[in-house]
Each structure stands twice: as C-alpha cells, then as structure tokens.
Design a protein around this ligand. Structure first.
Ligand code: MG
Length: 270
C-alpha cells in the first residue's frame, strides 16, 4: 500500500476584515499541508503567517522533522517581531501535517484545527490552544457555550510570541479513502462541525470541497479570514479502480494548478 494525498485548498479574507492574515501551503508530492492564521497590528498578521510558512518549508527541506521545523518557524517569527517595532507582538497559529509512509504526522500550535473524516464520521484531531478550550477542559464552559463565547478568539499558544514554543504532535494512522481537513478558525467559528461534516461528505472533489467550505463560511457571515485545506488519502495500488472523479482524466471541477503540477510530475517520472 502506497498512500498519497490529493489536496484542495482555498482561502478568503471573509466579509468583515480588510486583509487576509491567513496563509497556507500545500505540496502533493511531499504530502505536506500547512495552515497559519496570523495576528498582530498593522501588517503584522500577514507577515507572521508568511514568515512561519517560509521558515517551516526551509527547515523541512533541510531534513528536519515537523516538530523541529515548527520550532524553527517560531524562532523566525519571534526574531522578526523583535527586530521591527511595527511588527512587535505579531504571532501566528500553525497547524501542519506531513505524510510519513501511512501516517499523517500533525504538528499544532494555536486554534487552527485538523480533522479526520473516516467512514462518514468527522473527528477533531487537534486540541485548541485557546482560552475557551481551556475553560471547557476545566469544566467551566460547555462546548456549546464556548462556540458563542466572546473570548473565543483569544489564543493561549502561538508562534512568534516567545523564543521557545511547545508543539503538540499527533500521529494519525491513515486508511485509503480517509479525508483530512486543516482549517483556520474562520471556518469553525462560522460553521458547526455537523455542517462541515455534511459538506465534506457531499463533495467528492477535494478542491471543490475546500472552495465550498470557504463559500459556506462567507454565506454564514464571513466574520474572519477563512482557510481550508482538504486532503484525500489515496492508495496508488487501487487508484485505477477508484471513483471516476479521482482519475487524472476527469479531475472534476475547480482544478487548481497544484494538482496539474502533480499530474505532470507523475507523467515525468513514469
Ligand atoms: Mg482567524
């Protein structure tokens, strides 16, 4: 069994904010997915999320494991924030996953989230580093109360705030036909998990699913920047017998350049 990911991604600044401080990076051949949600005055949020992504990619390219790469990304954002008064106090969440054989290793800091959809069920993999999540874990708020609590965007752990950061790591053993979702809180604040699960189940194409989730968050009010990455787990051994919508001849609606690059690489190496 050789697993790989088919990835779709979409981001939008939403209907209220005037800039998009979220950022994402996906790499199908490597099996890499990253979502970062920056914060900070002026352009700080955008700089923080972009800086974290760049540093993470460089560290991974140098052969570091995901957790060490996130520590590097933290240091890069921290140093940039320390060296420029206009960027002081900026920070970013970062939730990243990388395919290591048949395991999706997730590294996580902040309140972006990773979910696993398997056999019709959507399971949240990551635990938010947020004030309301801590209050839920302490039994002081219910999940329902947390969803509408005015403090729900206050995060308790981020990249760039301190010289060191604690990274939560979740290894998820994958099965063919699993679907992974990595998203910023602009999705989960606007949509309930049942709505997200329904939409993911309805739309077989990962790019179309990502675009539809972003559109649904905006339809619900678009109060925040929203970023969605949907990654389908494909077993190369049975890809010929799979659903037509996953075949290279009919890649489905909304094909993004990233997937064309993947297919052309596949042809190059065939
Ligand atoms: Mg956000």
């Amino acid at each position: 069994m050789t697993l790989r990911l088919r990835i779709g991604a979409a981001t939008h600044m939403g209907l209220v904010r005037d800039a998009n401080e979220d950022a994402y990076h996906v790499d199908e051949p490597v099996g890499l997915v990253v979502v970062a949600d920056g914060m900070g005055g002026h352009r700080g949020g955008e700089v923080a999320s972009a800086t974290a992504l760049d540093a993470l990619r460089m560290a991974l390219a140098d052969g570091k494991d995901l957790s060490a790469a996130i520590v590097d990304a933290n240091r890069a954002v921290f140093e940039k924030a320390s060296g420029d008064a206009a960027l002081a106090g900026m920070g970013t969440t970062l939730t990243a996953g990388t395919l290591v054989e048949d395991t999706f290793v997730i590294g996580h800091v902040g309140d972006s989230r990773a979910y696993l959809a398997r056999d019709g069920e959507l399971v949240r993999v990551t635990a938010d580093h947020s004030l309301v999540a801590e209050l839920v874990r302490a039994g002081e708020l219910t999940e329902e109360e947390a969803e509408t609590d005015p403090r729900r965007s206050m995060i308790t752990r981020a990249l760039g705030v301190d010289p060191d950061v604690e990274v939560d790591v979740y290894p998820v053993e994958l099965h063919p036909r699993d679907r992974l979702l990595v998203c910023s809180d602009g999705l989960t604040v606007m949509l309930g998990e049942d709505q997200i699960a329904t939409l993911l189940a309805e739309e077989p194409d990962p790019q179309a699913a990502a675009a539809r989730l972003v559109a649904a968050a905006n339809d619900a009010g678009g109060a925040d920047n929203v970023t969605v990455v949907v990654a389908d787990v494909v077993d190369d051994a049975d890809s010929d017998t799979g659903d037509d919508s996953t075949s290279p001849d009919s890649p489905g609606p909304g094909v993004e350049p990233v997937r064309r690059r993947w297919w052309s690489r596949r042809r190059d190496t065939a």
